[in-house]
Design a protein around this ligand. Structure first.
Ligand SMILES: Cc1cc2nc3c(=O)[nH]c(=O)nc-3n(C[C@H](O)[C@H](O)[C@H](O)COP(=O)(O)O)c2cc1C
Length: 185
């Protein structure tokens, strides 16, 4: 079955991202069309990029890189749950992407952003970064407002309409993930 990783893109103490990712995961597992798992960057404790060779060489010196490589290689597709920091994605997520190369290639991605303005600029930036790594981003996306979808900027209470956006995003993500498997063999 297609394996989809729902990546928590924030490692900040008190982050809103974990609640958003859990919500996406809860909606996703009810579909029964793929294996959905949470991928928490915090669990991988990646430092600033510290590999001597570029990721495209695929030769990793450090155990933390090899562990991260195995996790990403085992997945067919991703939902990136990204905060917006200074109009971009998080440094933690950018670094996690930079650590690897072939593990991302010819896979599909969907996006869930959140921020003052719905995280749309973070998603746009992330799309550019991932395109370089050969990741195909689906067009439907989910944008959550810190003002409207969180109480007191921290208690996640998403408007019901966002469930439709998650559904549309996952519909295309799973079909693209299945199609791209033929490119990877
Ligand atoms: C360093 C920093 C920069 C931010 N910059 C933006 C921004 O440019 N645009 C925006 O919409 N929200 C911005 N925010 C608000 C965050 O999107 C919001 O706090 C969100 O909850 C952060 O995700 P997290 O709680 O999972 O870390 C910023 C927050 C931080 C901490």
């Amino acid at each position: 079955m297609t394996k989809v990783g729902i990546v928590i893109g924030s490692t900040r103490p008190g982050r809103n991202g974990a609640a958003v990712a859990r919500w996406v995961h809860d909606l996703a597992v009810k579909r029964g069309d793929a294996d959905y798992e949470l991928v928490d960057l915090e669990d991988y404790a990646l430092p600033h990029l510290d590999e001597p060779l570029p990721a495209a060489a695929g030769q990793y010196e450090h155990a933390h890189t090899r562990r991260w490589s195995q996790a990403v290689a085992a997945l067919d597709a991703f939902v990136f749950v990204t905060p917006e920091y200074n109009r971009s994605t998080s440094g933690a997520l950018k670094t996690a992407i930079d650590f690897l190369y072939a593990e991302w290639a010819n896979k599909a991605a969907g996006f869930v952003g959140y921020g003052v303005d719905g995280g749309a600029r973070a998603i746009e930036h992330l799309r550019q970064i991932l395109a370089t790594a050969g990741v195909a981003g689906v067009a439907p996306q989910v944008t959550l407002s810190i003002r409207d979808d969180f109480e007191n900027f921290s208690d996640f209470r998403p408007a019901a309409r966002h469930e439709d956006s998650v559904r549309l995003m996952l519909d295309q993500l799973v079909s693209w993930a299945e199609a791209l498997r033929t490119v990877r063999v």
